[in-house]
Design a protein around this ligand. Structure first.
Ligand code: ZN
Ligand code: ZN
Length: 416
């Protein structure tokens, strides 16, 4: 066991079991930190496969399979669904009103359980420890933190490397890897600026927070356009601006909701410092009677792949998959909380993407130039991964990446 054909044949054999799990998870989505049934089902499956399981961070689970000496590999799948009303019309659509696996976390779980089954059933081909980690609440950036806060680092064997993947609206079967930043750091920020309310007909009695906030919105645009080196990546979006209630009343405060995305933590800090400088400066210029408030929320860490680990996994993918199936991915501006887990252990990690759009539909849309409009992306009520070849590919990636560290051949030839 160990050649590409042998691995593929073994996974094809167990694929019907995985498809059934995928459809089960898809039919029964649960929102972040409420993945109770999902978590119970995963525990049951892992225990059937011979894994020791522990519940960490509420609904989080780690399944541990010890198989002699060797490195420890942690592979992670997220478990939470989204508050989206499904509109795919699929036979296995969500049965929970207003909730849907619209980000493919059901696929991640079915693939990781598949890898867990493969490793449990093929213990002669590897040695070491396999840790299958199922994380709650990725969408709200709360789940990885909850597992770490609940003693993850002390409660499981220390892994040498961590692996994770995400399905995305590329052609199913395609695998994207990259060294360095793969997903951005994401920060949301609530800012409240204070003025002095007055009758709308008597502006001279006010410090108008609507004018103040408007000026702040425009001035914030200069952080990316004027303070950031051309070519360096930063996004600053003012997603909400709320003030007032009536045409003839000048309110006493305004609230802005900002979203920041960066690939470079120094630049991230610069953007945050500049926001604060501009907001305080505009408040002072307007004669605001009270210092503004800044409150961060929904903060996602940077996801930046370790170069050596990414090279090792990419090479294993290239050897296993067909020519052209593995490509060099561009970093995406989305964010993830996965890196909180390897960062808590201080270990390298690799995060890759797997396409999930039906290949024929995708190729047709590509030829027409309509990929953005015709291929539903993650979080859409129409998001409907092609189960095959997505599930098979996502299972093989988890198996092949794990064997790159745990496989007998890999360890014999490893130079350390
Ligand atoms: Zn998502
Ligand atoms: Zn997701």
């Amino acid at each position: 066991m160990g050649t590409a054909q042998e691995i593929t044949a073994s996974i094809l054999e167990q694929l019907p079991w995985q498809e059934e799990l995928y459809k089960h998870f898809h039919r029964h989505p649960e929102l972040g930190l409420a993945e109770h049934e999902t978590s119970a089902r995963i525990c049951e499956e892992l225990e059937d496969l011979g894994y020791e399981t522990c519940l960490i961070g509420g609904t989080g689970i780690v399944g541990v399979l010890r198989n002699g000496d060797g490195p420890a590999v942690l592979a992670r799948a997220d478990m939470d669904a989204l508050p989206v009303a499904e509109d795919t019309g699929l036979e296995y659509s969500s049965t929970v009103p207003g909730a849907m696996h619209a980000c493919g976390h059901d696929m991640h779980m079915a693939a990781l359980l598949g890898a867990a089954k493969f490793l449990a059933g093929n213990q002669k081909s590897w040695s070491g420890t396999y840790l299958a980690l199922f994380q709650p609440a990725e969408e709200t950036a709360a789940g990885a933190k909850a597992m770490v806060a609940d003693g993850l680092v002390e409660r499981i064997p220390k892994p040498d490397v961590a692996l994770a993947q995400h399905v995305m609206p590329a052609e199913a079967g395609m695998i994207g890897t990259t060294a360095g930043p793969v997903l951005s750091a994401g920060d949301s920020l609530r800012i409240t600026v204070y003025g002095r309310g007055a009758h709308g007909s008597m502006p001279h009695n006010s410090v108008d927070p609507v004018v103040m906030a408007s000026s702040i919105v425009l001035k914030l645009q200069t952080i990316v356009s004027r303070e950031t080196r051309p070519g360096q990546f930063a996004v600053l979006t003012v997603g909400a601006l709320n003030a007032g209630s009536a045409a003839n009343i000048i309110p006493d405060r305004a609230q802005l909701l900002l979203n920041i995305r960066t690939y470079d933590l120094q630049l991230r800090q610069h953007v945050i410092d500049s926001i604060e400088r501009i907001v305080r400066g505009e408040c002072a210029a307007a004669g605001s009677p009270k210092e503004p408030d800044f409150e961060f929320y929904d903060q996602f860490p940077l996801t930046s792949n370790d170069a050596a680990a990414n090279e090792k996994v990419t090479k294993a993918f290239e050897e296993h998959f067909a020519d052209g199936q593995v490509y060099q991915a561009d970093p995406a501006t989305a964010s993830e909380d996965f890196s909180t887990i390897p960062d808590a252990f201080g270990i390298p990690y690799v995060y890759w993407t797997v396409g999930c759009a039906d290949p024929k539909t995708y190729q047709a849309a590509l030829a027409e130039g309509t990929v953005a409009s015709k291929i539903p992306a993650n979080h859409s009520p129409f998001f409907a991964p092609a189960i095959n070849p997505t599930l098979e590919t996502a299972t093989r990636t988890q198996v092949v990446a794990a064997l790159a560290y745990l496989g007998r051949g890999a360890q014999d030839s490893a130079e350390g």
